[in-house]
Each structure stands twice: as structure tokens, then as C-alpha cells.
Design a protein around this ligand. Structure first.
Ligand code: HEC
Ligand code: HEC
Ligand code: HEC
Ligand code: HEC
Ligand code: HEC
Ligand code: HEC
Ligand code: HEC
Length: 407
């Protein structure tokens, strides 16, 4: 898959994280008790200065956490309800990539615009034809052919879009993905480079139950309720309640009168400490511990996608300051801002300008080179091989020519 198949598996827990029973994890979740639980920290098992946990432990804790599927469907209100009172959040949210992290295949803008796509791979000829009703993938070689109705398009397609279909009751991931640049099909990242053995194998890869559920968990909403996986009731994309948790109780309370919102009725991530706040986004973007626990440091440039991992390796992060959480730079309710100057004030919240003295509140040195567009030099855009697109390196650092990419 696009987000690398091995990172979708359950992370192999590190020695340190294995020591954390779910209840111990609940404690860490509340405060900085980790050091008391597992002494002898090493750079390999713990984010520098931070308390990152694997998402698999986070979702065992009581209370809400993204990708958790223990609540029943009727506890969710659905995004249309939220929009009635929170138009300021709901209107801009409609244009975000997260809101469009999935669609039904036949609704995919890319497939509608390119309703007849073709590709050749060795003896295999691919045809992807989209009509008003459906999107059909056909793979043929001189001897046989295989046809599948595509069900889901995962990913908006800023970089690419991958398709899911069902065969014999199981979900498969398409061997080909649509790439935003160059607006054409190519092999899905993470798929084996060898020539597939049959038209069936050439069409796609069988997904394990676990991979299927996690795929839906990050790209759609309501796919799992009361711990039952039901992809047919999934809503495409990340919705308000993917982050804020089931909101029906909050809607009832707010509709019925002047009550203040309560934490048990709706989850407000603003209350999280900085480390937890980054792990919160990391439930889908992968936490530092998710990456380290599954050995993904060693994949080199490909781990540039895991913003929480990269960010928490920065020297800037050491003090775990709220001025450097994901939400400090990205309002999750709004579209990603591309103007580099927008981010300067974030850096200058901590870094003094040339000539000024460091203070307790401004612990960062001034830049000897420039006083603007900080991210262009210190958060470079890097392109992992084969992905046809660049990612922003969230490991804030001095990039010296010739120095290798730090893992
Ligand atoms: C009937 C109106 C109404 C509806 C519907 C509604 N809210 Fe609210 N919500 C409010 C009001 C009023 C507040 C308090 C003022 C504020 O923060 O905007 C609030 C506060 C919140 C907060 C902050 C809570 C806190 O502890 O500070 C969140 C998060 C939230 N709403 C999310 C949602 C989500 C998600 C939905 C849809 C499931 C939703 N709301 C539906 C009226 C509503
Ligand atoms: C429920 C899963 C989930 C959670 C939780 C989540 N994200 Fe995302 N996010 C995604 C997915 C999936 C995408 C890819 C969307 C696409 O392009 O298809 C994404 C994309 C993004 C992007 C890229 C937008 C663009 O225009 O390319 C940003 C920025 C982002 N998320 C920020 C955040 C922040 C900040 C948080 C925490 C407040 C967060 N995300 C939490 C799933 C999630
Ligand atoms: C743990 C959460 C998670 C899982 C599991 C996951 N994704 Fe993603 N996916 C993301 C996030 C976050 C992004 C955006 C950041 C990035 O590109 O890595 C993303 C990005 C993508 C993109 C690129 C979107 C774009 O706009 O270019 C595609 C395609 C994609 N995922 C497909 C899949 C498929 C298919 C599966 C399952 C078979 C899957 N993903 C499983 C979280 C996840
Ligand atoms: C990707 C995760 C994510 C999604 C999706 C999301 N929110 Fe939020 N929301 C947050 C975070 C994080 C905060 C806290 C922001 C902060 O730290 O200031 C927040 C804060 C809020 C608040 C509290 C008011 C405030 O400004 O502090 C409201 C209300 C709210 N969100 C409503 C919504 C609604 C309505 C939707 C759907 C249209 C939505 N959110 C979708 C992550 C999300
Ligand atoms: C100091 C500011 C800053 C912080 C903190 C930050 N980001 Fe970013 N992020 C950026 C910039 C700058 C871009 C590139 C914007 C552009 O040019 O499109 C970006 C882009 C992204 C993208 C789009 C894909 C890419 O790599 O270009 C995603 C996804 C993302 N950030 C997720 C996150 C998550 C998750 C966190 C928290 C771990 C986070 N960011 C924290 C500044 C920040
Ligand atoms: C929460 C406060 C904080 C924020 C926000 C912050 N930094 Fe830092 N940064 C620090 C501290 C503290 C250090 C270590 C002391 C120093 O070298 O100035 C540091 C170090 C650095 C270094 C030296 C890194 C090294 O490896 O030697 C660079 C470069 C840097 N920051 C750039 C930035 C840029 C660019 C931004 C915005 C994208 C940013 N910082 C945001 C606090 C912060
Ligand atoms: C044109 C590229 C460029 C831009 C733009 C830029 N920097 Fe730098 N910065 C550098 C380089 C190169 C160095 C290393 C200088 C050296 O050591 O010779 C550096 C060094 C630093 C350091 C380390 C200083 C020290 O004494 O250890 C910090 C902190 C820093 N920059 C922060 C920032 C901030 C904050 C901004 C935006 C206000 C910014 N930079 C804009 C290229 C840039």
C-alpha cells in the first residue's frame, strides 16, 4: 500500500514497551511516570525526552482514541450533525485531504476523469474502466483473464490512490495505483517487484484481516463498531468523530439547552499534553513508538512519511513544548498551508532573532543565515524512490550538503 504495507502490521513491541501492561500504559497516558516504570532509557527505545506509546496500547486505554472501534454506531451522530452548530470547523474541513482520505471507487475524481486507463506489465494487459455505476479492473494475458469490480479508492490522490476489491470474500489491494504525477497507473508502493505468477496475482495482493481493518480504520469512519468490523457501513474519509469520538451524547446535551460541553460527552484533544497530542495524530500518522517498535527507522528515506517520528527526533522537540505539536503548525480543520512564510511565526515562537539573547521562554538560538522562510532550509522536501512525490522532513535540522539522511 501507499503507506507501506509493513507499517500497517501490529508493531513489534520493543523491550521497553513490552514492560508496559495496558494499565501501566494508562498511567503514562496521564503523566510522566514512564521513567519510574522502565528505568534505563536508551535512544533506541524511547523518543528523546518524550513519552511516545504504540497505538496498539493507546487504544486499549479507557476513553477515546482515534481508530478505536469499541463504541456502538448509535453513539455517533455523523458529520452532518456537527456541521449544524460548528460551521466554522465543518465548512473548511470539507476541503481537507483528510475528509477525502477515501471514496467509493466509482466516485473517485481521478477514475472519473480518466475513465479508461491502461497499463502493461510483462505479459499482462491492464484495463481500468469507470462508468457512472462502477469501476472495473480487468487483467489479461494470452491465456486467461481476471476481472474485479473495484469497491474503494483509498487516498485522495495528492500523491496517489490505491484500490480495494473483494474476491472470495476477502479484500485485495490493487497491484496498480493511480499517481497524481504523472496522472497514470504504476505499481503500488510496497508490492513485490517480481512479475506476478497469474492474472489473479497481477490484479492485486490479498490483505490479511488485520491489514484490512487497519486500512479502513485510518481512511474511513465507523468501519468498526462494538469491535465488529463491517466495511459495508464505513463512511469514506476521516470525519469529526474520528478525532473527537462518538458525539451523539454531546449533540443531545447541546440541543437541549445551555449546558457546557463535558469531557465525557465529547473529546477535546486540546487538553492533551504535547507528547500525547503528537501520539494522537500518530494514531494514523504513526507514533514515534509505532515506527521504532516495528523497525521502520531502517527503511531510510521512506520513513520521511512518518511526521511524528521525524518531529520527535528534532532537537527542537526535546522540551516537549506545546508550540511544536502537530496542531501548532496544522489546524486539522483546515487545508494544509503551502506558503512557507506561514510557518515562520511557529519557529520564532521559540527562536530569537539575530542579536537577541536566549530567554527561558525563547530557548532557541538565532539563525546566522536568514530570518524568514525557515522551513525551506530546515524542513526540506524529500522524495523517496518510486513514490513519485516529495514529503516534508519533519526532523527539523541543519541540512549540510553531502551529509546522509538521519534515521
Ligand atoms: C446543538 C449544537 C451542537 C452540536 C450539534 C454539536 N456541538 Fe459541539 N459544541 C457546541 C457548543 C455550544 C459548544 C461549546 C462552545 C464551543 O466550544 O464552540 C461545543 C463544544 C464542542 C467541543 C469542545 C469541547 C470542550 O470540551 O471544550 C468539541 C470538540 C465539539 N463541540 C465537537 C462536536 C462534534 C464532533 C459534533 C458532532 C458530533 C458536535 N460538536 C456537535 C454545540 C454543538
Ligand atoms: C483517523 C486517522 C487520522 C488521524 C487521527 C489524523 N490523520 Fe491526518 N491524515 C490521515 C490520512 C488517511 C491522511 C491522507 C489523506 C489523503 O491524502 O488521502 C491524512 C493527511 C493529513 C495531512 C496532509 C494534508 C494534505 O493536504 O496533504 C495533514 C497535514 C494531517 N493529516 C494532519 C493531521 C493532524 C495535525 C492530526 C492530529 C490533530 C491528524 N492529521 C490526525 C488520517 C488521520
Ligand atoms: C495507521 C493508519 C493507516 C493505515 C493502516 C493505512 N493508511 Fe494510508 N495513509 C495514512 C496516512 C496518515 C496517510 C498520509 C501520510 C502519508 O502519505 O503517509 C496515508 C496516505 C495514503 C495514500 C496516499 C494518499 C494521497 O492523497 O496521495 C494512499 C493511496 C493510501 N494511504 C492507501 C492506503 C491503503 C490502500 C491502505 C490499506 C490497504 C492504507 N493506506 C492503510 C494512514 C494509514
Ligand atoms: C484530524 C483530527 C480532527 C478532526 C477530523 C476534527 N477535529 Fe476538531 N479538533 C481537533 C484538535 C486536535 C483540536 C484541538 C485544537 C487545539 O489544540 O487547539 C480540535 C478542536 C475542536 C473544537 C474545540 C474548539 C476549539 O477551537 O478549540 C471543536 C468545536 C471541534 N474541534 C470541532 C470539530 C468538528 C465539527 C469537526 C468535523 C467537521 C472536527 N472538529 C474534526 C482535531 C480534529
Ligand atoms: C513546525 C511546523 C510543523 C509541525 C510542528 C508539523 N508540521 Fe507537518 N508540515 C509542515 C510544513 C511546513 C509542511 C509542508 C507544507 C507544504 O509546503 O505543503 C508540512 C506538511 C505535512 C504533511 C503533508 C505531507 C508532507 O510531508 O509534505 C503532513 C501529512 C503533515 N505535515 C503532518 C504532520 C503531523 C502528523 C505533525 C505532528 C507530528 C506535523 N505535521 C507537525 C510543518 C509542520
Ligand atoms: C518549542 C520551541 C521550538 C520551536 C517551536 C522550534 N524550535 Fe528549533 N530548537 C529549539 C531548541 C530549544 C533548540 C536547541 C537549542 C538551539 O540550538 O537553538 C532548537 C534547535 C534548532 C536547530 C538546530 C538543530 C541542530 O541539530 O543543531 C535548528 C536548525 C532549529 N531549531 C530550527 C527551527 C525551525 C526552522 C523551527 C520552525 C520550523 C523551529 N526550530 C521551531 C526550540 C524550538
Ligand atoms: C537559506 C536557508 C536558511 C533559512 C531560510 C533559514 N536557515 Fe537557519 N540555518 C541555515 C544554515 C545553513 C545554518 C547553519 C549555519 C552554520 O552552522 O554555518 C542554519 C542554522 C540555524 C540554527 C542553528 C544556530 C546555532 O547557533 O546553532 C538555527 C536555530 C536556525 N538556523 C533557525 C532558523 C530559523 C528559526 C529560521 C527562520 C526564521 C531559519 N533558520 C532560516 C540555513 C537557513
Amino acid at each position: 500500500m501507499f503507506c507501506l504495507n509493513h507499517c500497517s502490521g501490529t508493531p513489534r513491541l520493543t523491550r521497553r514497551s513490552l514492560k508496559l501492561s495496558p494499565s501501566a500504559a494508562a498511567l503514562c497516558f496521564l503523566g510522566s511516570l514512564l521513567f519510574a516504570i522502565a528505568p534505563g532509557s536508551s535512544a533506541q527505545t524511547q523518543a528523546p525526552g518524550g513519552i511516545s506509546l504504540p497505538t496498539s496500547l493507546r487504544i486499549q486505554n479507557p476513553g477515546w482514541w482515534p481508530t478505536k472501534g469499541d463504541r456502538s454506531r448509535d453513539e455517533y451522530a455523523g458529520p452532518a450533525e456537527c456541521a449544524k452548530c460548528h460551521a466554522d470547523k465543518a465548512l473548511p474541513y470539507r476541503n481537507t485531504a483528510m475528509a477525502h482520505a477515501a471514496s467509493r471507487a466509482a466516485d473517485s475524481e481521478h477514475l472519473r476523469r480518466h475513465d479508461h486507463l491502461t497499463f502493461e506489465l510483462g505479459p499482462y494487459k491492464y484495463e481500468l474502466v469507470t462508468t457512472e455505476q462502477k469501476s472495473v479492473l480487468k487483467v489479461s494475458d494470452p491465456k486467461s483473464s481476471f476481472t474485479a469490480d473495484l469497491l474503494w479508492a483509498m487516498g485522495l490522490g495528492r500523491m496517489g490512490q490505491t484500490y480495494l476489491y473483494q474476491h472470495n470474500g476477502n479484500f485485495y489491494e490493487s497491484h496498480l495505483s493511480f499517481y497524481g504525477v504523472p496522472q497514470a497507473l504504476d505499481i503500488t508502493p510496497g508490492h513485490p517487484p517480481e512479475l506476478p505468477a497469474s492474472t489473479e496475482n497481477a490484479a492485486g495482493r490479498l490483505l490479511s484481516q488485520d491489514d484490512t481493518q487497519r486500512c479502513f480504520g485510518c481512511h474511513t469512519s465507523f468501519s468498526k463498531t462494538k469491535n465488529e468490523f463491517d466495511p459495508a457501513s464505513a463512511s469514506p474519509g476521516v470525519t469529526c468523530e474520528s478525532c473527537h469520538g462518538p458525539g451523539a451524547k454531546h449533540v443531545t446535551a447541546m440541543t437541549s439547552g445551555s449546558e457546557q460541553p463535558t469531557a465525557d460527552a465529547i473529546f477535546n484533544p486540546a487538553a492533551l499534553n504535547p507528547s500525547d497530542a503528537v501520539d494522537f495524530c500518530g494514531a494514523c500518522h504513526r507514533t514515534w513508538q509505532d515506527v521504532v517498535g516495528s523497525g521502520l527507522m531502517s527503511i531510510g528515506l521512506f520513513n520521511v512519511r512518518f511526521a511524528p517520528y521525524r518531529l520527535e527526533n528534532s532537537r527542537c522537540w526535546k522540551q516537549q513544548d506545546a508550540r511544536l505539536t502537530c496542531a501548532a503548525c496544522h489546524d486539522p480543520h483546515k487545508q494544509l498551508v503551502h506558503e512557507t512564510s506561514f510557518y515562520d511565526s511557529r519557529c520564532l515562537a521559540c527562536h530569537v532573532e539575530k542579536g537577541a539573547k536566549l530567554t527561558a521562554d525563547h530557548p532557541g538560538h538565532p539563525c546566522p543565515v536568514s530570518n524568514k522562510d525557515c522551513v525551506t532550509c530546515h524542513m526540506p522536501k524529500l522524495e523517496p524512490p518510486g513514490l513519485h512525490s516529495a514529503f516534508t522532513d519533519h526532523w527539523i535540522r541543519i541540512v549540510r550538503p553531502g551529509k546522509p539522511y538521519p534515521n
